[in-house]
Design a protein around this ligand. Sequence first.
Ligand code: NAP
Length: 367
Amino acid sequence: MNPVSNERDRSQVRKRPVAVLGATGAVGQTFIRLLENHPWFELAEVAASERSAGRKYGEAVRWVSGGQVPESVASRTIVACDPGKVSSDIVFSALDSSVAGEAELAFAAAGKLVLSNAKNHRMAPDVPLVIAEVNPDHLRVLETQRRNRGWQDGGGIVTNGNCSAIVTALALAPIHERFGITDVFVSTMQAVSGAGYPGVASLDILGNVIPFINDEEDKLETELCKFLGSLGNGTGEIVSAPIAVSAHCNRVPVENGHTVCLSVRLRDRATAGEVEAAVHEWRGAGVARGLPSSPERPVEVIDAADRPQPRRDVQRGGGMTVVVGRIRADSLFDVKLVAMGDNVVRGAAGASVLNAELMVNCGLLPR
Ligand code: NAP
């Protein structure tokens, strides 16, 4: 992927109007927060279910995103998730998966570029599943997607991963790039905000660990391999990396931040120290650097034994940095480590906004 703009051009990017679908949910609210005062995007429309459509955003939303509803959005009238009611060409989707599948197809067919957080289209081979710093080249399959589906005028779907899959892929990308990974065992501890609002019943989660999250293990096992996969030779589609992944997903009584414990088998032998150096040196794809939402370091190694720690990361890095620690030898595979990331920012809305910035930088957004 080649950036099309130099520094001078970037400062002249005109603000593009964008819409948020599912704007009232946990991820939708994070979009609202991240898009307030964004240098390249102007939040023009908010959409949600028929229950909310027609109401003022500030009255319909149950705001759980910290602070107050931004004033500029509180008085906006929510529209229905119907492409005929939304004029922006760039649409961030934070829709519930029960409706995202059909709704996102309808928006793409209407010529809108959908940046989705829902699971529905992630694993289609002609749909890019992108982390800006890890696999920006996968955006090339948009061409195949538009050809396959007959979409014109810039319509298309680009997806974000599952929140735990994004945290895991960012922690493992530096290791896979340097040494190759053949096997991964991953056990997650996922915050309640990952289930949206109202999410998990308090009587189920208070003082408890729930060793089951519907569909989550399958998503983590398959999406990780797609993130670390490659563009298939001549097919114009993504081929997942041949990595054996075994995932255990658990819900824990933590408000925000997903933690993953990983054991990894390497293709090329390396010590824990060499793996730590590779993670420490990694800055991700050059094309994703210097964008408004790019963190200084997509992955940061913390060497204290009781870190990673979510709140500190949220305060320092705006929630876009995945913190990695306790990189050590593993008696079963080769190395083991712990990673933690903000599930609603890096694992959802923030990653989508960064993908949109990447697409601006690469000239891939509708004109
Ligand atoms: P949520 O809090 O339950 O919000 C769901 C949103 O979808 C609300 O705005 C809701 O609008 C809207 N919606 C529900 N039914 C609808 C319908 N029939 N038509 C139109 N809109 C409808 O969920 P969330 O946690 O924000 O998650 C949103 C999406 O992101 C999901 O697909 C989820 O899997 C994914 N995701 C979430 C996280 C996370 O950490 N939370 C991370 C990664 C990905 P109303 O308020 O009007 O009902």
